[in-house]
Design a binder for this molecule. Structure first.
Ligand code: CP
Length: 313
């Protein structure tokens, strides 16, 4: 039984294993499902915030791997009436094998869920970090390029929970570059820059952040996310003015010849990305969305299944 609360919890080999396993499941999903590695297990899925991809990916992934599912919406648990996260998990851990939670709450809340040793806890997006999105993103890169090592990603937009997880994951892979174009005041948190810089130094990766639209020489991927991250709001009433220059449109993509376009979705066409880019020939964003399922299955297996039989590779 293993938790996945943050990319920082993973050893380098575990991160690579999860990325490779997601790509392998994408190639051999039927064969993996046929083995029903999670038969007899029960997975709880608790989404206090909206979700199309992650909730469905973990629900469908659990069922496809043979597990049973208990699903909780935002109004369902007694946390709403004041039961603590620790008491909730203490009780649920006697009934569930894994608990996949999107609370958009604090890291302390996730840590409280994980303060028991009977039930795996998966962070399906917190205010701070979206670790399973980074696994999906790197699985998509591995699938498209055949590798993650040496890949250059230009990330445009807010230094949000998706960007944080991407920074903590990509910088573990040798020779990678993460070039961020973030509006001033909306960059990566300083402690994430510090942690990712240490990781990059160890692996021979590069992390660079600009608060303008400085292009990224040799980018393999241009990546953006919604300007309004799920479950958050921006106190500055004029925030849109700061984000306007950070739209990925055909001109931005033309400045990165050969790059593919990625987006964690959901998208707002005309805000962070124009429709011609999202729906254009360079976009792999909807294949990336498919990989939410494959990564969720890899995470559930990793949390719950015996490690000695990874199945088809
Ligand atoms: N990318 C992502 O997390 O999508 P959902 O919010 O729909 O789960």
């Amino acid at each position: 039984m293993r938790h996945l609360l943050s990319i920082s919890d993973l050893e380098n080999h575990e991160l690579r294993q999860l990325v490779d396993r997601g790509a392998a499941i994408a190639r051999h999903r039927s064969a993996v499902e046929a083995t029903r590695p999670l038969a007899g297990r029960v997975v709880g899925v608790y989404f206090r915030k909206t979700s199309t991809r992650t909730r469905t990916a973990f629900s469908a992934g659990a069922l496809r791997l043979g597990a049973s599912l208990v699903s909780y919406g935002p109004g369902d648990l007694q946390e709403n009436t004041g039961e603590t996260a620790a008491d909730t998990a203490r009780v649920l851990s006697g009934m569930l094998d894994a608990f996949v939670a999107r609370t958009s709450g604090t890291s302390a809340e996730l840590a409280a869920y994980a303060a028991q040793d009977r039930m795996a806890v998966v962070n399906a997006m917190s205010a701070r970090e979206h670790p399973t999105q980074a696994l999906t993103d790197l699985t998509t890169i591995a699938q498209h390029f055949g590798r993650v090592d040496g890949i250059t990603v230009r990330y445009v937009g807010e230094g949000n929970n998706t960007a944080i997880a991407l920074a903590l994951a990509l910088t573990r892979f040798p020779g990678t570059t993460l070039h961020l174009n973030t509006p001033a005041g909306y960059g990566l948190p300083p402690d994430v820059v510090a942690e990712a810089t240490v990781l990059a130094k160890r692996s021979g990766a590069t992390l660079v952040e600009h608060h303008d639209m400085t292009p990224c020489p040799g980018a393999d991927v241009v990546y953006t996310t919604r300007w309004q991250t799920t479950g958050t709001s921006k106190p500055d009433p004029d925030w849109r003015t700061r984000f306007e220059p950070f739209r990925v449109d055909a001109r931005v993509l033309a400045g990165q010849p050969g790059a593919v376009f990625m987006h964690d979705l959901p998208a707002h066409r005309g805000e962070e990305v124009t429709g011609d880019v999202l729906d254009g020939p360079a976009s792999i964003a909807f294949g990336q969305a498919d990989n939410k399922l494959h990564s969720a299955m890899a995470v559930l297996e990793w949390c719950l299944a015996p490690a000695d039989d990874p199945g088809p590779t």
